[in-house]
Design a binder for this molecule. Structure first.
Ligand code: UDP
Length: 328
């Protein structure tokens, strides 16, 4: 299948592209490299550098590449940043997504997969979080994704654009050895913990240990990027039978302290940790119910242990201590 992947040079997008090309698809990656890395794009994919804010450029790329499906990863993705600079999200994220959706409609692309987020649910009342949980975005980031879900809903109604919205929990692990997490600045727990293991940082600061959880630190649902990738492949196939929305996590929760302990076991290194202030906006517990995607698509996470997830990330970080830098 011809598939256009926006943000295909980024952490999750490039892992999905890797799996799509291995499955024999003809992939075009569209990325402005503001956060992505050229070296992350797998060799057989066609790379087009450019910006989704530029509507005529986007229309042209679709007219040239004639994709049959689009996967839209390109996005600002940080809750904290969205609380400081809401327009990056409520304007930029939304505008870029809508430009792409308009081009999809104009160019007769009728399959679309959106990277959405658990932040749609803010601070949920019930754990695990299923698809029936009320949507109350926890930040402009989550709101921007919800707005795009709503646009897709109407484009399906009016133009028959079939879509899947995949609401990711905490993406983690690496499509090792060649692809992994490389953000600048890095804000995510597992890469920071592994940077401490590598001696690149002095310590990990735990953001609060007085939450209402067994060890007082926040609990998150870490899902391996390659499991996320499989979900995209299955969701794309299922679009034959209509649009759908899934919460996507491995269904297990691990606390920040459990992550640090597992990283100590996997790396065999000392990982100094200290407790700091809580980070504003962090809910205590986020765990997905993945019943719906398991039942409807037959998806099952392969990497459901924390050790397996951290082990793959460790392979990547050890081999690429400075991320993609040396390959660019
Ligand atoms: N966290 C932490 N120290 C850090 C980075 C993250 O204690 O240096 C915690 C954070 O408060 C949250 C969890 O680790 O409870 C996961 O955070 P991350 O930023 O990786 O993902 P998020 O849950 O925000 O999507």
């Amino acid at each position: 299948m011809r598939i256009l992947v926006t943000g295909g040079a980024g952490y999750i997008g490039s892992a999905v592209v890797q799996e799509l090309v291995e499955a024999g698809n003809e992939v075009t990656v569209l990325d402005n490299l503001s956060q992505g890395h050229r070296a992350a794009v797998p060799e057989p994919a066609t790379f087009v550098q450019g910006d989704l804010r530029d509507r005529s450029f986007v229309e042209q790329v679709l007219a040239d590449r004639r994709p049959e499906a689009i996967m839209h990863f390109a996005s600002h993705t940080l809750v904290g940043e969205s609380m400081e600079d809401p327009f990056l999200y409520l304007d930029d994220n939304v505008r870029c997504g809508v430009n792409l959706m308009r081009a999809a409609v104009n160019n007769d692309v009728d399959r679309f997969i959106l990277s959405s987020t658990a932040n749609l649910f803010g601070t949920p009342d019930r754990i695990p979080i299923d698809e029936e949980a009320p949507v109350e975005p926890g930040s402009p980031y989550g709101e921007s994704k919800f707005m795009l879900e709503r646009v897709l809903h109407w484009l399906d109604e009016i133009h028959g654009l079939r879509y899947a919205s995949l609401r990711y929990f905490n993406a983690a692990g690496a499509a090792a050895p060649h692809r992994g997490e490389d953000h600048d600045p890095e804000t995510h727990l597992i890469p920071i913990v592994l940077q401490v293991a590598l001696g690149q940082r002095e310590k990990i600061v735990i953001f609060g240990d007085e939450y209402d959880t067994p060890d007082g630190t926040c609990v998150r649902d870490f899902i391996h990027v390659l499991d996320l990738a499989q979900a995209h492949i299955l969701a794309l196939r299922a679009l034959e039978d209509g649009s759908r929305v899934y919460n996507l996590g491995n269904g297990k929760g691990f606390s920040v302290r459990e992550v640090i302990d597992a990283a100590r076991r996997v790396t065999g290194r000392d990982i100094p940790a200290e407790v700091g202030d809580p980070r504003p906006g962090d809910p205590a517990v986020l765990i997905a119910s993945n019943e719906k995607i398991r039942n409807e698509l037959g998806w099952t996470p392969e990497y459901d242990s924390l050790e397996a997830i951290i082990e793959s990330a460790w392979q990547w970080h050890r081999r690429h201590p400075n991320g993609y830098e040396s390959s660019e």
